[in-house]
Design a protein around this ligand. Structure first.
Ligand SMILES: C[S@@+](CC[C@H](N)C(=O)[O-])C[C@H]1O[C@@H](n2cnc3c(N)ncnc32)[C@H](O)[C@@H]1O
Length: 201
């Protein structure tokens, strides 16, 4: 396998870290499309949901949600990611916004936060802040749903979690209501991710 390019930024908490990697097209987390489990989730949803995609990267999912009539917004704090997301979003490019997940304020109450390689992009020490922010953005009954990465490796990103750790992280705010294997993972996540949905209490 080819060596990854060398990068100046080693801090995944900085937008520069992600900008550099997008700029050099070193994006091994990028699925190149929309995972089947999200398509299934949209198809079985009784109605469109006001949705946030935090750390959206290429934001392929935005088009599927908007085309289904969902009020979806994709945010990312890395300008290169936002440029890429906007380019792929076509008529919905205004729904891709440059913003920090920890500061962005929703214009309308959210019903869903879609998780895809965002939690695992951040160092483990940030997890309590991510879970608290999810909880702060969602009213009771609203959900976090998407892909959760389970792994023991210390080095990342991606930083995997173990099941007990995820349960402990979510327990103060959320109940797990869906937990399924994933059939179409890309190599980085293969055999190590699950589709999960968590409902805000
Ligand atoms: C591993 S990538 C995943 C991108 C996309 N969700 C995907 O699955 O292809 C993580 C993304 O989160 C973004 N990100 C990291 N911290 C962020 C923050 N605090 N606010 C907004 N975006 C953030 C990065 O810029 C990067 O695009």
């Amino acid at each position: 396998m080819a060596e990854p390019p060398s990068f100046a930024s080693r801090d995944p908490l900085s937008p520069q870290f992600w900008d550099e990697r997008f700029a050099q097209s070193f994006t091994p987390w990028d699925r190149g499309g929309v995972p089947q489990a999200l398509r299934d989730f949209v198809a079985r949803s009784p109605r469109p949901l006001t949705t946030l995609i935090p750390g959206c990267g290429s934001a392929y999912e935005l088009v599927v949600l908007c085309a289904a009539g969902w009020d979806a917004t994709a945010i990312d704090f890395a300008p290169e990611a936002v440029a890429r997301g906007k380019a792929l979003a076509g008529q919905w490019e205004k729904r891709v916004v440059e913003a920090d997940f920890f500061a962005w304020q929703p214009p309308r109450p959210l019903e869903l936060i879609y998780e895809c390689a965002f939690l695992c992009a951040l160092p483990p020490a940030m997890r309590p802040q991510v879970a608290a922010r999810w909880a702060g953005l969602l009213a009771p009954g609203a959900r976090v749903a998407g892909f959760f990465f389970f792994d023991q490796a210390v080095k990342g990103p991606p930083f995997g979690i173990d099941r007990a750790g995820l349960d402990a992280l979510m327990a103060p705010y959320f109940d797990c209501i869906e937990d399924e294997p994933v059939s179409d993972s890309i190599p980085v996540f293969a055999g190590k991710e699950r589709w999960m949905a968590w409902r805000r209490r």
